[in-house]
Design a protein around this ligand. Sequence first.
Ligand code: SF4
Length: 329
Amino acid sequence: MTDLGLPIIPPRRSLDLGSGLSFGAGHHFTVEPGIDLWDLARNATAPISVIKQVTKRCDFDCSFCSEIFQLPDPSLEQLEIMRNNLKGTRRIFLSGGEPLMRKDFGDIVDMYADEGFILAVPTNATHGLQHAKRIAGKIAFANIGLEGPRGITNRVRGDYDKVMPGVRALQDAGIPISLSAVVYRSTLGALPFTVQIADVLNAGKVKLIMPLRKGNALKLDENEFITDGEAADAFSRLTELRTTYQWNPAIRLTTWTEENEGHMIVVEPTGKTNAWPVYNAKDLFEPIGNLLEEPIQEIWKRYRFKENHFRKYLGASIRTAAHAGGGSA
Ligand code: SF4
């Protein structure tokens, strides 16, 4: 907060991370042209991005939710041990479940912000009002799950009219936002509205992802899973519309291919750390260690998807259109 009590809005400029990496206005990493991503991955001693689940609880029951299996919340003491073991990682997603369900979420943000991580918070925003002022100026962005218009969001996710007040509260506190939407065949027609909403909200990016076959998504109609070709067509149409309507947010679309296998590192509340999604693994999680027991550098050594990790987070294995305000991927 400023001396006048006004929220500090993190600047929309690129953050230089060294080794040719930066973190930019579209809320994603970029890399200087000509840098070999396999070299970067092979020489890295820690991941650039980790998803840390601070709870598995949630007040929604989205039709695609993969994380429906419940576990007790980690204590603040356990979260501190895991924070210490994450040193060397560039960005941490303080994730769920719904992370803002934790009444002590502000304490968690303080704890992780003190170590200088780039912090991002994936959230459905329904508890935004309770936490916005406390976490403002400490997180790089909140990534709001929203499938566009009310009729679509209500059908596939939760309650649009509970999400939007939370989004406004986060923005009123000065927290930058991005949107994340899961794409079904029945929601393809809503994608332009989703990007229009993102543009009106001044979002850094719109992340479009396909459902993974886990949790609630196992009950989805098979017809809702689109092919990679359909995803390519949808992305192409969106980028044309983006030019026509001069939308600002970056657009990033991820499909589940061999190139993206295992690219995420997810730390469960128990500290169990997994490569995700690994297509032939139980629950799509391939266990690679436990962050309560060892530092991320040790876990990284046995992680077999290093190149996929770097290629995905640097925009090389997904479809991307850069934020109109800058960013290369
Ligand atoms: S997808 Fe996210 S918001 Fe939806 S039920 Fe799962 S944890 Fe909650």
